[in-house]
Design a protein around this ligand. Structure first.
Ligand code: SF4
Length: 536
């Protein structure tokens, strides 16, 4: 095997991620057919949860879950649509798996390392005993993952890092494999590596155990990387998006290349993935890349990645149909940053005309184009759940963020979706730089006053990781340290942000207090968002 593409432990295992299946399909199209995807995360999650249900932590599982584990399998069957009469129970089944994930998260929190900062991960990496018998994660790495990689004899192992909680275990895998076979090259991609690549490259703890980082989109860069290491074609300094150390140990940063056109990207290849093991029987799919708006200040999708590209609509529908048939799955998540209403409604009409019989969720902006009529078209095609980033209900903050939204439009659009039978999920940010307490409470009040137009709301703290770092004056921040990622909100998503000082508005301590209160009043962190804090 030439290439092993790894989704490493520990992270959310709600459903398969889209990045590696797209990469595998693309590599195959351009002559690298000897690759395999290994989602070690879902394998270990499944094992840990089964052990919890039958072993020492059984009490924790049964005490918290009552009927959750019993109903979990039934919920999965319903979502698979294997029993047509169960179609109406979709919402019950979705909620059941949601609860199951929360219980599973509580159990995982008893064995996983909580990465409160990049430095803490480095320290743990330098001091940890990987031979410890009583840690099931290291035991699995030692006894299952490392031998599996060694046995495959790859030239390259590529890791997709989506959660901060994957960093420690990724580095441990690299160190253990390198000890046995020093010839295998390790490269990282995915949001955590792409955003915080400087911290990785500068880390003296990690440097001996990996060979580079692919920033932004992976397809073209990984193809050229494979051409270089496997076919001995080209040069390292010609590989777009790559950061690496040269022979003298100097950090090199190759320029970001052009994005791969959507219609050049083949259908994602899930054939290596153990789809039965994910919590939801759901496949991710992408019909667009980047964001057509691309202006929200806090968003990591700005810059190169924000170039908006759409796939041919017929290709989209043909691929969804093929995936449904190949994998006997009728539930999809469209993992697009945001989709323009007209294009989306056209795709929805095609889905209905083709009689695809799917249900799906998606991320959208509250655009006026989502009229009552269009929402009905979307429902008819199978849309059941939308996540809207509404972020704030305060006009000054919305403007400072450049969100391009107002609360009246938000309310009208949310009502259109709700009345069509689609479940709205809202995401709000507390603690945007300069935000005052009363402005944060305005958002909270908006959520309390409008409970009839959404199903669930998630409140996340502001995290600095976008190009706001280049506009410190505008956002009244200073002393940004891009080499020291950390987490302010240790109960929320396992995501890093840069450390910095705030000169105006609430302090970090103040907005975390408001956040705590808001979560009590309205919100729970989505299960699986953080496997290291108690959610029940
Ligand atoms: S709409 Fe969403 S994806 Fe687009 S820039 Fe704003 S936050 Fe980012």
């Amino acid at each position: 095997m030439d290439i092993v593409l790894v989704f490493p432990p520990l992270g959310n295992h709600e459903h398969a991620h889209i990045g590696l299946p797209l990469l595998k399909a693309y590599l195959n199209k351009y002559g690298h057919s000897s690759s395999i995807i290994k989602d070690y995360n879902v394998e270990i999650m499944d094992k840990l949860i089964r052990d919890f249900m039958s072993g020492d932590t059984k009490t924790l599982f049964s005490k918290n879950s009552k009927n959750v584990s019993k109903n979990y399998t039934l919920a999965q069957e319903i979502l698979r649509g294997r029993n047509q009469s169960d179609k109406l129970k979709t919402s019950w089944a979705t909620d059941m798996i949601y609860k199951y994930m929360a219980v599973a998260g509580d159990c995982i929190s008893t064995v996983g390392f909580d990465p409160i900062s990049f430095k803490a991960v480095e320290e743990e990496f330098l001091n940890v005993n990987e031979e410890a018998e009583n840690n099931p994660v290291y035991k699995y790495i030692r006894e299952a993952i490392v031998p599996d990689i060694i046995e495959k004899k790859p030239s390259i192992v590529g890791f997709s890092l989506t959660y901060a909680s994957q960093v420690l275990y990724t580095m441990s895998i690299c160190r253990q494999v390198r000890k046995i076979n020093p010839n295998i090259k390790f490269f990282f991609g995915g949001p955590i590596a792409s955003i915080f690549w400087r911290a990785f490259m500068k880390s003296s703890a990690f440097a001996p155990y990996f060979d580079g980082i692919i920033r932004e989109q992976g397809e073209v860069a990984v193809l050229k990387l494979c051409d270089y290491w496997i076919k001995k074609k080209g040069r390292m300094d010609e590989i777009p998006n790559l950061a690496y150390r040269d022979e003298e140990g100097i950090i090199k940063e190759n320029p970001i290349g052009e994005n791969c056109p959507m219609d050049d990207i083949p259908m994602p290849d899930f054939s290596d993935m153990p789809l039965e093991l994910y919590a939801y029987p759901k496949l991710p799919f992408q019909m667009t890349r980047g964001c057509y708006w691309g202006r929200c200040a806090f968003c990591g999708h700005r810059g190169c990645n924000s170039k908006y590209m759409v796939a041919n609509k017929k290709k989209v529908v043909d691929e969804i149909k093929a995936l449904k048939e190949q994998h006997d799955i009728r539930m999809f998540h469209f993992a697009d940053d945001a989709i323009l209403p007209k294009y989306f409604v056209d795709v929805a009409k095609l889905i209905t005309d083709e009689g695809l019989d799917i249900v799906y969720s998606v991320f959208l902006r509250t655009e006026k184009g989502f009229s009552k009529e269009n929402c009905q078209i979307l429902f008819k095609s199978g849309l059941r759940s939308v996540l809207f980033g509404i972020e704030s209900a305060n006009t000054r903050i919305l403007n400072l963020m450049e969100k391009g939204m107002d609360t009246n439009t938000m309310k009208q659009v949310l009502r259109n979706f709700m009345e069509a039978g689609i479940s709205n999920h809202l995401s709000c940010i507390i603690g945007f730089p300069t935000e005052e307490k009363h402005e944060a409470y305005e958002t909270l009040q908006f959520l309390l006053d409008n409970k009839d137009i959404y199903h669930k709301a998630y409140i996340t703290p502001f995290g600095l990781f976008s190009d706001m770092v280049d506009q410190t004056e505008r956002f009244s921040i200073e002393k940004v340290d891009i080499y020291n990622p950390l987490r302010h909100d240790i109960d929320g998503y396992v995501a890093f942000e840069y450390s910095y000082n705030r000169n105006q508005g609430m302090s970090v301590e103040e907005y975390l207090e408001v956040l705590k209160e808001a979560r009590k009043l309205i919100d729970s962190v989505p299960p699986g968002a953080n496997y290291f804090s108690k959610s029940l």
